[in-house]
Write a protein that binds this ligand. Structure first.
Ligand code: ASP
Length: 301
């Protein structure tokens, strides 16, 4: 792990991480981001707290606020939970993934990875300059696998077309309904992986979210045969494509180790970009909170 560059920007500020679902990358990088800005962090996870005894999200949030938390990072299995927590605590809430709804910080770190990698390859002329709505014009991004249950797919499909990219969702009917393209402009559906790969600049592979299948039966052998990203498919249909995956990867299912660890892979870059994105969001959330609190104090005096 690279050494933390420490700043005092958020010294003495308290950040709570409230996790109702398991996480490796998102939790660790939020925590490292907060610590590298000098903030104090506390982790509350469902299995070791009063959540297990039945405490509501609202009560847990209010308790954390009373203990001095000024910002809460929340991961929750229910879509919309961050909005509820924001309303009941009045604190800035950073969404670390809510159900099948959104995972906005993942989409931002994916964007950062794409901009860095494609501009290094000169596929984009001026990507690191201030973002504008055309920065990804002409870039085709295939998102493959369990789109139905993926908050990562949803957040990326909302973000990337706003910068000019074309998003192609790819997967079988059970995991990708026909109407998925209706999520917004710049999104289309393609059932065949080979077609999705042809002309794609980037391919994001997704895990099948077993925990959300709710009884849906899938023929994994058939799925692997049709949708796995393996060296043969890569070489034949998209030898230069940038390969991404939000993790956790199920090696041998949606992606093989040769591809995950191969020269096309930007998967570890994604992890590294996560810390920078989360540092930026934490400073924004906490600094604007400070500004609002001092404005309120001035008004009162
Ligand atoms: N880590 C991502 C998420 O939390 C993707 C996944 O779990 O498959 O949504």
């Amino acid at each position: 792990m690279p050494p933390l560059r420490r700043s005092r920007l958020l010294a003495k500020r308290r950040v709570a991480l409230l996790f109702y679902e398991s996480s490796t990358r998102t939790r660790t990088s939020f925590e490292l981001a907060a610590k590298s800005l000098g903030a104090d962090t506390v982790l509350v996870s469902a299995l070791s707290s009063s959540i297990e005894k039945g405490e509501s999200l609202k009560d847990t949030g209010i308790t954390l606020r009373s203990l001095g938390a000024e910002c809460i990072i929340l991961r929750h299995p229910n879509s919309g939970a961050p909005y509820l927590l924001a309303r009941s605590t009045g604190l800035p809430i950073l969404n670390a993934g809510d159900g099948t709804h959104e995972h906005p910080t993942q989409a931002l770190l994916d964007l950062r990875t794409i901009l860095f990698r494609l501009s290094a390859r000169n596929r984009l002329s001026d990507a690191i300059a201030p973002l504008n709505s055309g920065v990804l014009r002409g870039v085709r991004i295939a998102i493959v696998g369990d789109i139905l249950h993926s908050r990562v797919a949803r957040s990326n499909a909302l973000l990337l077309p706003r910068l000019g990219a074309q998003v192609i969702f790819c997967g079988p009917k059970e995991l990708l309904p026909d109407n998925a393209a209706g999520i917004g402009p710049g999104v289309s559906v393609e059932r065949t992986l080979e077609h999705a790969l042809a002309n794609a600049d980037v391919v994001m592979m997704l895990r099948i979210q077993r925990e959300r299948l709710a009884g849906l039966q899938l023929d994994l052998e058939d799925y692997t045969a049709r949708y796995q990203l393996n060296p043969e498919r890569l070489a034949r249909h998209a030898p230069d494509v940038l390969v991404m995956h939000p993790g956790p990867m199920i090696r041998g299912l949606e992606i093989t180790s040769e591809v995950a660890d191969g020269p096309n892979s930007a998967i570890m870059d994604q992890v590294q970009h996560g810390t920078a994105i989360r540092m930026a969001l934490l400073s924004r959330a906490l600094q604007s909170r400070l500004a609002n609190t001092s404005k309120e104090k001035q008004k009162r005096s």
